[in-house]
Structure formats: C-alpha cells, structure tokens
Write a protein that binds this ligand. Structure first.
Ligand SMILES: Nc1ncnc2c1ncn2[C@@H]1O[C@H](COP(=O)(O)OP(=O)(O)OP(=O)(O)O)[C@@H](O)[C@H]1O
Ligand SMILES: [Mg+2]
Length: 261
C-alpha cells in the first residue's frame, strides 16, 4: 500500500518547469529516496507534498486522501513532518524549546489557558517538556537540552531538526539532505538513526540526499529526477547501474566507461 501517491505532478516557476509530470508511489513503512543533480526539482517536490507550494497540475494523496490545497499546518497534523535543506531552527532558543515548537499542534491549552496559568496547562507543559526531553534522548542530544540551538555543531543541529519533526508525531517524515555538512562519523550515526526511526517508530521515511552511500544503504525504493522529470525508479541495485542516472550525474562519458554511482 502506498502511503503517498503522486500523480502527474507539475510545478512551474514562470517559464521554468521545476517538476514536470512526475508519477510515484511511496511505500508505507519503508525508506524511500528522491535523488538527482542540483536543480532537479527535489526540494520543489517536497514543498508541494508539505503544502508550501500548490501544484499547477496533478494529485498528491496521503493514504488515499488528497492533500492538494491543504495548508501546511493541516498537512503536518495529518501526519507529514519534515526537515529543511537550509536548517531552520530558532537559534537563540534552547535545544529543548526547539523540540517543543514542533509539538505545538498537539497542545490544547491555547493563549487564555497559558495567561491564567491554569493547573491543567501547567501539567500539559510539564508533559510536553518530558516528551521533548525523551525525543532529545532518542536522537542523542539530551546532554545539550538547555544550550542555545545555535551553539550546536552542524551535525547536531540536523539531528535537532529531526527531533523537532518527530515531535509532531508524523506517520511520514521527509528529510531534505539530512547528511549535508556532516562529517563521515556523523553520517554513519545519522544512517543508524534513520533506520531506527523507520523500524522502531514505524514511520515512512522519504529522504533527499546527495550522499549515495547513505541512499543506497537505506533506501528500499528510489525516485530519480532530472530537470523536473522522473528519469528512473527502482531499488538501489537498479538505480546504481542505470545508464540514464549515470549520465545525469556524471555525463555521457561515464556511461561509455560503464561507471556506477
Ligand atoms: N520559488 C522559486 N521560484 C523560482 N524558481 C524556483 C523556486 N524554487 C525553485 N526554483 C527553481 O526550480 C528548479 C528546481 O529547484 P529545487 O530547489 O527544487 O532543486 P533541487 O533538486 O532541490 O536542487 P538542490 O540539489 O540544489 O537542492 C531550480 O531551477 C530552481 O532555481
Ligand atoms: Mg534541494
């Protein structure tokens, strides 16, 4: 069963067609990847799934239900959370507070309750803090819970973004270049974390990534975009040796030399 079904998806920016008639089904409970050269349309594709952009044509269904024209916060509450290619944290807030921001859609208190300092609200906030702390433990950042987010290393900030996304209790998690800027050790840890999120939490994961080792190690199913179009799909074995994919990444000569990615 597909958790997300994409049909004939199109997004244009003026004269440029950033995503051009893409069809794809993301399997439930699995790890999928969207790959392709710079400017291929990968982030634009994510931005349509998360409601930041409305597609010009096509359909996006989450578990059989259309999410086209649904506002981003509603899409989050329907179960899709994401991280961003350019990290978007509140740098001067603490690490713990950043995770709590991701949780707000599940808090019921509202402004009035907070102003009146009601016991119910205090209890809810206490629970939220504990839950946020548990998520920090899950991604291995608990020792920094009270530090400013901006003081974390780049790799740690990417993990914090994952914790914040998990705070929304998603069924689908989109990761836009989670390994970007990470050193090899951090990338290995990230690979383990992504695998745990899929296996232990049962979350369907879709990742955009240029690190081919990570992509090939983790992905069940891969969508390859080039100039907005789907040029290939399949398992890591198929994609690695696909001539169209090799040409898109490395040029025609690489195909002739029978290089793999
Ligand atoms: N808001 C926008 N307005 C105009 N053009 C845009 C906009 N967003 C993206 N584009 C263009 O659409 C194309 C696809 O961009 P996109 O960011 O989706 O690529 P990408 O595959 O994520 O690339 P990268 O690997 O570099 O992140 C690019 O040519 C980009 O310049
Ligand atoms: Mg991108």
């Amino acid at each position: 069963m597909a958790v997300l079904k994409i049909t004939n998806l199109v997004k244009r920016f003026g004269g440029l067609t950033a995503v051009n008639g893409v069809n794809f089904e993301f399997p439930e409970g699995k790890i999928s990847a969207v790959i392709g050269p710079n400017g291929a349309g990968k982030t634009t594709f994510f931005n349509m799934i998360t409601g930041i952009y409305v597609p010009d044509e096509g359909q996006i269904e989450l578990k059989g239900k259309s999410i086209v024209n649904v506002k981003p916060d509603r899409i989050t509450s329907q179960g899709i959370a994401r991280t961003f290619q350019n990290i978007r944290l509140f740098g001067s807030m603490t690490v713990l507070e950043n995770v709590m921001v991701g949780m707000h859609i599940h808090l019921r208190s509202g402004v009035v309750g907070t102003l009146l300092n009601l016991p119910r609200v205090r209890r809810e906030e206490q629970r939220a803090k504990m839950e946020a702390y548990r998520l920090l433990e899950y991604v291995g950042l608990e020792q920094w819970y009270n530090e400013e987010a901006a003081s974390l290393s780049y790799g740690a900030q990417r993990r914090l973004e994952i914790a914040r996304a998990l705070a929304a209790k998603p069924s689908v998690l989109l990761l836009d270049e989670p390994a970007a800027g990470m050193n090899p050790r951090e990338t290995v840890e990230l690979t383990t974390l992504i695998r745990r999120i899929q296996q232990e939490l049962g979350i369907s994961i879709i990742l955009i990534e240029h690190d081919m080792k990570l992509v090939m190690e983790l992905s069940d199913h891969i969508l390859v975009l080039d100039h907005g179009e789907k040029i290939a799909e399949g398992g890591p074995g198929d994609i690695r040796s696909n001539p169209k994919v090799i040409e898109a990444y490395l040029g025609k000569s690489a195909v002739e030399e029978e290089v793999t990615i």
